[in-house]
Design a protein around this ligand. Sequence first.
Ligand code: DGL
Length: 269
Amino acid sequence: MNTTHAGQALIFDSGVGGLSVAAEIRKRLPNLQMSYAADDIFRPYGAKTEAQLKARLPRLLWELTETVQPDLVVIACNTASTTALSDIRAALDIPVIGVVPAIKPAAAASRTKTIAVLGTPGTVERRYVDDLINDFASDCRVILQGSVNLVDIAEKKLAGEPVDLDWVRTEISPMFNGRNGADIDAVVLACTHFPLLREELKASVTQSVQWIDSGDAIARRVETVLKGVSLKQPQDRPDTALLVGPETSPARIKTFNDFGFERVVALMG
Ligand code: DGL
């Protein structure tokens, strides 16, 4: 990678979930120029088939990288990463970092050796997740819980709407009330939207649980890949969010601004 221009990362997700990752990257690399793309028009990814995501994502990411010209792409979405990461990598000629659900640290942190993986329905049924469980959590009981609605609840929260804790409880109570649920002491947040609901999740359960996500691990990986690249943010190029879809609300624009994306642009999908 050359050292003569300022490095730039493109963060990608179906919606606002990748902002939980962007925040960790900013914490570690405050001077890195970042762009963000949200595939609003095709969300929720968790309800899409593998074939649909594999057909859409390589081309979409190619188009976005042609527009943004980043040095690397972060697929800040577990559903896309566990489904189409190798297809996306094959379509691009720059480094692509994906999200790996934090099953290994959760298994290591658990004392009861009972953990849960809370992701989208797509993610929790992927072979990729089974392989991670076999490789890193074979000494644990692992409860899988899929939710599409939590994605929508996180989108609402970041669009400035109130969140009713009962909605959150309804989504997560099956895993705590089911077999071995009372023993769960670590939950993998295997969807990047879910760390945005950390406070609501904590407030919705009575047992003591660690909620573990992959944001910091991704930020460390970005730092490694960009080693040697200048990270001086150009004054004349504000961090920009591209929303794939026809429109966006003022409250949502404010959310992106609050996360440091000063320009928010709607792109027709
Ligand atoms: N944020 C995404 C993830 O990490 C998916 C949300 C969706 O279902 O679109 O899986």
